[in-house]
Structures are given as structure tokens and as C-alpha cells.
Ligand binder design. Structure first.
Ligand SMILES: Nc1nc2c(ncn2[C@@H]2O[C@H](COP(=O)(O)OP(=O)(O)O)[C@@H](O)[C@H]2O)c(=O)[nH]1
Ligand SMILES: [Mg+2]
Length: 321
């Protein structure tokens, strides 16, 4: 364990790749390594990119990485696909698009897919990001497929969230209303080379003006910018990377960065402990026993409160008298 941590801190990409696999597999040794790594993390700007399938996220991320490389950054990318049960579930097209970056030793790209529960995916994404952070990647970009609850969950790891909207995908603005708005720090209207693009920008600007300053500091709100990009015309990418820097500075200067970190760590800790309790409950109480207890309550022989109290005792939460 020691060696893998040391190696990846020294910039060994194979050790980093190995560590990511250990996290994905939820290997017990991963937790030990993460405990060691934690003190080395906390330097990276963590950027989320989300939006409907086909909105142009992967294309955009590829261009952003290139721009960040021009600015001499060492960039990490995590492509997360909550809908795919397979590891490395990123779409083939994405892989090809990002392949051009793969030879660069200062770019580390990894795709991750759901194995069962989505909460697990958000947690392992967070741990992978933390590992890349410790390994010196900054910024780290998380791309998620789609705009559902799972994606929102994954995006909580990010400090700055970019929501990508493409023109001519009529229901996109509706989707934004439905909840993605709350997590957006920067909007990108992609494919500005297409007809109707300015219209999409106008609609979005309208939507934002209806509810300004939702995010951030009360006295010093963050005004969500709309950045127009076109991969075809190679436009808007520098502005987007500038907007990322501005948002990072905003978070730091207003104390929002620290506040967000505190909130996140608190919920991470709660989740870890709750998970441990759930595991213990599962390992100590058999299915038959559950059935019997439930039956007792259903038949009004026992009450839920005293049964719950007994269960708590069984998993060591109450002092046994
Ligand atoms: N015309 C045009 N097409 C684009 C642009 N960006 C991406 N696309 C195309 O849109 C499709 C979906 O892009 P992709 O990056 O895979 O979207 P994702 O699903 O959000 O990751 C691909 O066929 C891209 O070539 C753009 O700026 N202009
Ligand atoms: Mg994609």
C-alpha cells in the first residue's frame, strides 16, 4: 500500500491508474491509501461539466484540456457514466475524441461507470478526484452523461459546475428549469455555428434574469455567465477557461470555497458512518430474523420503537445493561 501511494505522489501514472481501479472495486486497501493521500489533496480546482447527451460536452472538454495545456496546467479528466454498468463505460465516440489527448503525460483521463448503486458512483468519483488532486493534477474536470439526479449527485464533488446547452434541442431549457439551474455556475451554449444558437442564448439569458444571484454570497453574488462556444470554429474556449479562473477566485475570495468544503465533508462523513451502520445491520441480522420481527409488529405483538431499540443494541449502538 505504501508503495502505491508513494509512487503516485511521485507522478507514476501506472500507480495512479492502479489506485483508480482499487477505488472502483471498493477494495479495502483503497481506503487505507485514501487515508494516506488525503493530506496531499486540496489543491486542485474541481470542475464539473454536465448537460444532455449530445450537447457537446466531450468535445468541449477535449478543447478545454488543450487550452489548459497551453496554459501549462496538468489536467485530470474523469468521465462518469451513471447509466452504464460497465467499467470504462464512456461512449466510443468520447473515447476517440479524447484519444488525441492520451499521449500527453500531463493529461490523465479516466472513465468510470456505475456498479450498482449511484451513491457509490458519486463516492468513488469523489475519491478518484481526490487521488488525482493528490497526484498534482489541477484542474480536474468531471464530465457526466445526462442531467438526472445521479448526475447532480456526482456534480456535488465539483467546485465549479458548467452546464452545457446546445441550440435546437428544444426541451433543454425546460430541463434547466427542472433543477439543473441550481447547480450551474457557468452556462455554455455550444454549437454556436448552428442556426438558432443566438435564440438559445437569449432564452437562457432570460431565464437567468428571472432569478438572478441564486448562487453564492448574499452581498456579493456570482453572476452566472453564458459562454458561447463552437468547436467547429474553435471559438469561446479561452473565454470559458477564463470564466473558470474567475469563478475559482470568486469562491476563494468570498469564503464560499471553504464553506462548500465544510458542507461536503460533513455530508461525506455522515454518509460514511450511515453506510457502516447499514452494513453492520445487514451482517448481524438475518433475513429470517427481519421477517420474524416485521411479522411481530404487523400482528401488533410488538411495537416498532422497542424493536428498533433492540436492533440498535444488537449492532452495538446502545450500551447493553
Ligand atoms: N456543429 C457543431 N457540432 C458540434 C460542436 N460540438 C460538438 N458537436 C457535435 O455534437 C455531437 C455530440 O458531441 P459530444 O461532444 O459527443 O456530446 P456529449 O454527448 O455532450 O459529450 C458530435 O457529433 C459532435 O461532433 C460544435 O461546436 N458545433
Ligand atoms: Mg460525452
Amino acid at each position: 500500500m505504501r508503495t502505491i501511494v508513494e509512487r503516485l505522489l511521485n507522478g507514476d501514472r501506472r500507480a495512479l491508474a492502479r489506485m483508480v481501479t482499487l477505488i472502483e472495486n471498493d477494495a479495502p486497501v483503497a481506503r487505507e491509501c485514501l487515508a494516506e493521500l488525503h493530506q496531499h489533496a486540496g489543491r486542485a480546482h474541481i470542475v464539473g461539466v454536465t448537460g444532455s447527451p449530445g450537447a457537446g460536452k466531450s468535445t468541449l472538454v477535449t478543447r478545454m484540456v488543450r487550452e489548459l495545456r497551453n496554459r501549462n496546467k496538468k489536467v485530470g479528466v474523469v468521465a462518469v457514466d451513471p447509466t452504464s454498468p460497465f467499467s470504462g463505460g464512456a461512449l466510443l465516440g468520447d473515447r476517440i475524441r479524447m484519444m488525441e489527448l492520451a499521449g500527453d503525460p500531463n493529461v490523465f483521463i479516466r472513465s468510470m461507470a456505475s456498479r450498482g448503486n449511484l451513491g457509490g458512483l458519486a463516492a468513488s468519483t469523489r475519491d478518484v478526484v481526490r487521488t488525482m488532486d493528490a497526484a498534482g493534477y489541477d484542474p480536474i474536470i468531471i464530465e457526466t452523461v445526462g442531467t438526472g439526479q445521479a448526475e447532480v449527485e456526482v456534480m456535488r464533488t465539483a467546485q465549479t459546475v458548467i452546464v452545457v446547452v446546445a441550440p435546437g434541442m428544444g426541451d433543454d431549457i425546460q430541463a434547466i428549469k427542472a433543477g439543473i439551474l441550481e447547480i450551474a455556475d457557468i452556462f455554455v451554449v455550444s454549437k454556436m455555428d448552428k442556426p438558432g444558437a443566438e435564440q438559445a442564448v437569449a432564452e437562457l439569458a432570460m431565464l437567468l434574469s428571472l432569478d438572478p444571484a441564486r448562487r453564492g454570497h448574499n452581498k456579493n453574488p456570482w453572476r452566472i455567465p453564458i459562454v458561447k462556444t463552437s468547436a467547429l470554429k474553435s471559438a469561446g474556449i479561452e473565454q470559458l477557461v477564463d470564466a473558470l479562473d474567475q469563478h475559482r477566485r470568486y469562491l476563494t475570495e468570498t469564503g464560499m470555497m471553504a464553506l462548500r468544503a465544510q458542507r461536503q465533508i460533513r455530508s461525506e462523513l455522515q454518509a460514511l458512518v450511515l453506510q457502516a451502520v447499514a452494513n453492520r445491520l445487514q451482517s448481524r441480522i438475518s433475513e429470517d430474523e427481519w421477517n420474524a420481527l416485521v411479522e411481530n409488529i404487523v400482528e401488533f405483538k410488538r411495537d416498532p420503537y422497542s424493536v428498533a431499540s433492540d436492533l440498535e443494541t444488537r449492532i452495538g449502538m446502545n450500551k447493553e445493561v
